[in-house]
Design a protein around this ligand. Structure first.
Ligand code: SF4
Length: 321
């Protein structure tokens, strides 16, 4: 199977189900959206805009210099800390997503988004409120080749890592914190167990973020990574050290080889398939159809014939870790 880059979502997808990885990241098939994910995106966008407002103030600019199509109906307020400012951003962003969504964005959903934003802003007197923080970069994008022999691909390029971290802030001089908001559950989909510090110590997303931060900001001495489960008032803050860089490369190397050597992706085949996965629920037979085609015709033929036209293994889809 071909691979040219890793994002945390592609890595985690492979860990969950190889077949889903093949459908999404090799063939480029869309896996549909859902209301919960869209409410999560709406919440992220509101927090991102508050961070941009704060960064503008830090740089002596008008806080409302935010170039974002989701702010079409924004009403300006003098002070970004005014409740009316947050409400106005929330309304504008909510309406933007509502217009583009196939799902019902009604009063209940508006309340849900307002509740998520409020929880993120008020937790422990606002220690994660972007307006209280020294913003380095909202939506911190990264893309780096891994310049190691093992990461060299057949075409001569190096395997890349890429992604977007929700927010990078400076906590103290030469100490940066990356904050990643989550609006979903704290449970591991694979086994239903609650995630804890041991889980996050080995979590690819957090290790990848640490790796990316070290590369992106080489002058910074210490990085802290916080993953904040907003619904549950549950932030997990990790302080990795440089040994995690080796660990992250080992994780990438191992999975890269697994993917490259795979000719028949394994299927997860549990409750998740019928209840959650787009490729099987509601009578969708894509998962099984493609599995049978690979069995009969081989993965190369299926890749060639079933890939979405214009899809590239090198594509980038925002937002995403
Ligand atoms: S239906 Fe199940 S096995 Fe098939 S792609 Fe989805 S998660 Fe994987």
């Amino acid at each position: 199977m071909d691979i040219s880059y890793f994002r945390s979502s592609s890595y985690n997808c492979w860990e969950l189900c190889q077949q889903q990885y093949f459908l999404k990241y090799v063939l480029g098939l869309e896996d549909g959206s859902n209301l919960k994910a869209e409410l999560g995106s709406t919440t992220h966008k509101i927090l991102e805009i508050l961070a941009i407002q704060k960064k503008n103030l830090q740089e002596g600019k008008d806080s409302f210099l935010v170039d974002d199509p989701a702010l079409e109906t924004l009403k300006k307020h003098k002070d970004i800390f005014q409740e009316a400012n947050v409400l106005s951003i929330t309304k504008s962003v909510f309406d933007y997503y509502k217009e583009r969504s196939e799902f019902d964005f009604g009063d209940t959903e508006f309340k849900t988004v307002t509740k998520y934003v409020n929880k993120a802003l008020t937790f422990k007197n606002g220690i994660f409120d972007p307006r209280n923080l020294k913003i380095v970069e909202p939506e911190t994008y990264f893309e780096f080749p891994i310049e190691k022999d093992w990461a060299k691909l057949a075409n001569g390029d190096y395997l890349k890592i890429r992604g977007t971290m929700d927010l990078t802030v400076e906590r103290f001089p030469l100490v940066y914190e990356c904050i990643d908001w989550k609006t979903g559950q704290i449970k591991d989909i694979k086994n239903g167990k609650l995630k804890d510090f041991n889980y996050f110590n080995d979590d690819f997303q957090l290790n990848l973020y640490f790796y990316a931060l070290c590369k992106k900001y080489p002058e910074i001495k210490q990085f802290i990574i916080t993953i904040f489960y907003i619904q549950f008032n549950a932030p997990f803050t990790m302080a990795f050290d440089r040994s995690n860089l080796i660990k992250t490369e080992e994780m990438i190397h191992k999975q890269m080889e697994e993917i490259q050597n795979c000719t028949q992706p394994k299927l997860l085949n549990n409750w998740f398939c019928d209840r959650v996965c787009y490729f099987r629920k509601n009578g969708n037979n894509t998962c099984v159809r493609i599995k049978n085609r690979i069995l009969k015709e081989g993965i190369d033929t299926v890749t060639l014939e079933e890939s979405i036209k214009g899809h590239s293994l090198d594509f980038y889809q925002s937002p995403g870790g």
